[in-house]
Design a protein. Structure first.
Length: 135
C-alpha cells in the first residue's frame, strides 16, 4: 500500500518555496530593458531611415501616422424601418442594383440587419421564457 505522506493537504501549497516575492516575470524584465535603451533604439532607427533604409523608414512612419482605416461614406436611399427585416434587406439589394449604394456598403447594411434580427430573436426568446416561467 503506497504512503500518502507526500500528498498535498487542503490549503497547503504544492510548492512552498515557489518563486520569491518581488521576482519580475520575463515580460516585465523585457519591458524594463526596453525602457532603458528605448530612446537609443529610436534614435538609431531614425538615423537609418534618414540614410535611406526603407524598412527603418516604414517603422518610423508607422509610428508617426497609424494606418488608414476604410470608412463608409454616408448613404441616402429609401429604407422603410417599419418593414419586416427581409423586406429591408430586399430594399438594400435594390439600392445596390440601381447604384444608389456601392456593394460593399450594401453588404455592411445587410450584415447589420442580420445582426439586428439575431438580437431581436434573443429578446423574443427571453420574453417567451419569462412567460413560461411565470405560468
Amino acid at each position: 500500500m503506497p504512503t500518502t505522506e507526500h500528498l498535498w493537504k487542503p490549503g497547503q501549497s504544492g510548492n512552498p518555496n515557489g518563486r520569491p516575492k518581488g521576482t519580475l516575470n520575463k515580460k516585465t524584465q523585457i519591458a524594463a530593458a526596453l525602457m532603458e535603451s528605448g530612446k537609443e533604439i529610436a534614435r538609431v532607427v531614425c538615423e537609418k531611415a534618414l540614410e535611406g533604409d526603407m524598412q527603418a523608414a516604414n517603422i518610423v512612419l508607422s509610428r508617426l501616422q497609424p494606418p488608414l482605416r476604410s470608412r463608409a461614406e454616408r448613404v441616402n436611399f429609401q429604407l422603410d424601418p417599419d418593414a419586416p427585416l427581409t423586406q429591408q434587406a430586399r430594399q438594400v439589394l435594390e439600392a445596390v442594383s440601381t447604384g444608389d449604394i456601392d456593394p460593399e456598403t450594401g453588404k455592411l447594411l445587410i450584415d447589420s440587419i442580420s445582426s439586428f434580427a439575431k438580437l431581436r430573436e434573443q429578446d423574443e426568446l427571453a420574453t417567451r421564457l419569462e412567460v413560461i416561467e411565470m405560468t
